[in-house]
Design a protein around this ligand. Sequence first.
Ligand SMILES: CCCCCCCC/C=C\CCCCCCCC(=O)SCCNC(=O)CCNC(=O)[C@H](O)C(C)(C)COP(=O)(O)OP(=O)(O)OC[C@H]1O[C@@H](n2cnc3c(N)ncnc32)[C@H](O)[C@@H]1OP(=O)(O)O
Length: 201
Amino acid sequence: MSGPTAPETGAKAPLAPPADAVAPVRHPDAPAPGEPIGSHYENCFGCGGNQPHGLHLSARADEGVAVTAEFTVRPEHQGAPGLAHGGLLASALDETFGALSWLFRAITVTGRLETDYLLPVPVGTVLHLSARCEAVHGRKYYSVAEGRLDGPDGPVALRARALFIEVKVDHFTANGREEEINAAMSDPDTVKATRAFEVNP
Ligand SMILES: CCCCCCCC/C=C\CCCCCCCC(=O)SCCNC(=O)CCNC(=O)[C@H](O)C(C)(C)COP(=O)(O)OP(=O)(O)OC[C@H]1O[C@@H](n2cnc3c(N)ncnc32)[C@H](O)[C@@H]1OP(=O)(O)O
């Protein structure tokens, strides 16, 4: 029997951008600062409206290559009595990082995500999240995020770093379950979201 193996060390380990990484570029068609970034898929656990237990996270573009987002911690999100589950909070950060895709207009998926939990997050909290892309190296996007309690300037409860990797639409079509892929392809909103990325020069 084999147990879990530790993440690879060496080149894959650091979340700090390599020395020859470049600054991210805000795409000319990126949503304007303050503009909402709609859900990319209605069944997404992070942002979809069709997931009763989902986070229903709503994100907006910020200045530069950055986003802000909020989500309200509900009783179905508990880990300990009255407190949010840690993995779920990582999901909220993951989704916020994912929303950065709309700023540079490239589909990116999580390669690596590191979270520091600084304060417990009670049920009922509106968590104020923000994420910013710091650097790009080929298909790799290096970003930082935080989550605050009691407002956008409230105490920092979460800090995170992530490495997202650029993929093409076939990442989803080749790997997803056929049933959901077919349904998504016949949903005009998903098709619209997909097209937005396909026209990316
Ligand atoms: C039907 C239509 C559907 C339409 C959809 C519409 C639009 C959608 C719009 C927006 C979606 C946004 C969704 C956001 C949701 C929130 C984010 C998530 O939760 S995403 C889910 C969790 N993540 C995964 O499931 C990834 C699983 N992993 C993989 O699939 C592969 O490992 C992948 C694609 C990440 C990389 O595989 P490779 O074969 O393409 O590329 P390689 O060569 O391995 O990596 C490229 C570079 O990245 C580094 N790298 C890869 N993984 C790394 C890691 N874990 N740590 C460090 N570096 C890593 C490698 O060392 C390499 O670096 P060097 O170019 O050589 O410098």
